[in-house]
Write a protein that binds this ligand. Structure first.
Ligand SMILES: NC(=O)C1=CN([C@@H]2O[C@H](COP(=O)(O)OP(=O)(O)OC[C@H]3O[C@@H](n4cnc5c(N)ncnc54)[C@H](OP(=O)(O)O)[C@@H]3O)[C@@H](O)[C@H]2O)C=CC1
Ligand SMILES: O=C[C@H](O)[C@@H](O)[C@@H](O)[C@H](O)C(=O)O
Length: 302
C-alpha cells in the first residue's frame, strides 16, 4: 500500500505515507532517508527547525518521483521566502512539493537566536502583535516563484482556520497536525475535509518512544491481524483518508512502517470508541505542545 496516494486541492498526488525527520540526529538522517527512499517511501517531511535538512534528501532517486515537504520556522514568519530559500539551499533542491507554516505565531526575527530567541526570563521571545493571516498572505506569493508546488499550514486549530479561510486567496493544501487515537482532533479533521484541506498526521505513534503503541485497543487489533501495533496506528490514518508521517532512524522499523493494512469496520469502531472515551474522561493526550505560551485554540489546551 506504500504506492497509495491522495489528491490535493492543487491537483497534485500526495503519498499516503511519509518519513518524518524531527529529532533524527544529524548524521543518522542521511542513512534513514536513503534507506527509506530505496525501500519505496515517496515522501520525506522536514523543517528548517529540525536542523538536519542538509541530509533530508538522498541522491540516486529521481527528484520528480519524491514528494518533499518542508516548513517555515516561526522566526521567519515575516520572511517566508528567505526561510524557503534557506531550506532549499540545505536540501540542495530548487523546489519543494509542499511548504508549510510550521506554527501560527511569530518569534522575534531580531531576537538573540535564529530559531529559539529567548527573553531574559528564559521564555520564548514572541511578537504577540503579529497576525498569522499576514504570514499566509506572504505564503500565497510563493506559489508564483515556482520554489514550492503547494502551500499549507501546520498546527492549525479549527479556530485559527476559521480566522484564516475568509482572508485566504489560496486555500491551504494541507494542515499537518498531531493525530492518533489518543488525540483524534475530529473537529479539525472534519473542517479540513469540508474545505478540501488534506490532513497530514504527525506523531502517529505518540512521538518519542511511541507510547500510543501500548494502548489496549491498538494492541488487540494488532494481535487480531498478526501485525505490529505501529502498523495499526499508521493504517488508522489511511482509513481516515489522511497522509501519515512516521519517524524512524532504525532500518528495520523504517521497513516495518511501510506495511499498511485495511482496518475493518470493527477495528475502526474500536479505535473511535477509545478516542471517544478519552474525550469524555478528559484524558486526550497531546504529545507535542512546545512552550510558546500561546493559546492556539486546541480544545484540549484552550
Ligand atoms: N508539524 C509539526 O509541528 C510536527 C511534525 N512532525 C513530523 O511528523 C513526524 C513523525 O512524528 P514524530 O513526533 O517524530 O513521532 P512518531 O509518532 O513517528 O514516533 C517516532 C518514535 O517512534 C519510534 N518508532 C518508529 N517506528 C517504530 C516501530 N515500528 N516500532 C517501534 N518504535 C518505532 C522512533 O524510534 P527510532 O527513530 O529510534 O526508530 C521514535 O522514537 C516527525 O518526524 C516530523 O516529520 C512531528 C511533530 C510535530
Ligand atoms: O515539528 C516538530 C515540532 O513542532 C517542533 O518543531 C517543535 O516542537 C520545536 O521543537 C519547538 O520546541 O518548538
Amino acid at each position: 500500500m506504500t504506492d497509495k496516494t491522495f489528491k490535493l486541492n492543487t491537483g497534485q498526488n500526495i503519498p499516503a505515507l511519509g518519513l518524518g525527520t524531527w529529532q533524527s540526529e544529524p548524521g543518522k538522517v542521511k542513512a534513514a532517508v536513503a534507506h527509506a527512499l530505496k525501500s519505496g517511501y515517496k515522501l520525506v517531511d522536514g523543517a528548517y527547525c529540525y536542523a538536519n535538512e542538509d541530509e533530508a534528501f538522498a541522491a540516486g532517486v529521481k527528484r520528480e518521483d519524491i514528494f518533499v515537504v518542508t516548513k517555515v520556522w516561526a522566526t521567519y514568519n515575516t520572511r517566508v521566502e528567505l526561510g524557503l530559500d534557506k531550506s532549499l539551499k540545505s536540501l540542495g533542491l530548487d523546489y519543494v512539493d509542499l511548504f508549510l507554516v510550521h506554527w501560527p505565531l511569530l518569534m522575534n526575527p531580531e531576537g538573540n537566536d535564529d530559531k529559539f530567541p529567548k527573553l531574559p526570563d528564559g521564555s520564548r521571545d514572541i511578537i504577540r502583535t503579529h497576525n498569522h493571516v499576514d504570514t499566509w498572505k506572504l505564503m500565497e506569493k510563493l506559489v508564483a516563484t515556482g520554489k514550492t508546488r503547494a502551500i499549507g499550514v501546520s498546527n492549525y486549530s479549527k479556530r485559527y482556520l476559521e480566522q484564516l479561510l475568509p482572508e485566504a486567496t489560496i486555500v491551504p493544501a494541507v494542515n499537518q497536525i498531531e493525530n492518533h487515537p489518543s488525540l483524534p482532533q475530529q473537529e479539525i479533521v472534519d473542517l479540513c475535509k469540508e474545505k478540501g484541506i488534506h490532513i497530514m498526521a504527525y506523531s502517529p505513534l505518540g512521538s518519542t518512544g511511541g507510547p500510543v503503541m501500548q494502548a489496549e485497543p491498538v494492541v488487540k487489533i494488532a494481535e487480531k491481524h498478526g501485525v505490529a501495533p505501529s502498523t495499526v496506528l499508521l493504517s488508522y490514518h489511511i482509513a481516515r483518508g489522511n497522509t501519515v508521517l512516521a519517524k524512524s532512524v532504525t532500518p528495520d522499523r523504517i521497513k516495518t512502517n511501510m506495511l499498511l493494512i485495511d482496518l475493518d469496520a470493527e477495528d475502526q469502531k474500536a479505535l473511535k470508541d477509545y478516542s471517544d472515551s478519552l474525550t469524555k474522561e478528559g484524558k486526550l493526550q497531546r504529545y507535542v505542545y512546545p512552550p510558546f505560551g500561546i493559546d492556539f485554540g486546541f480544545p484540549d489546551k484552550s
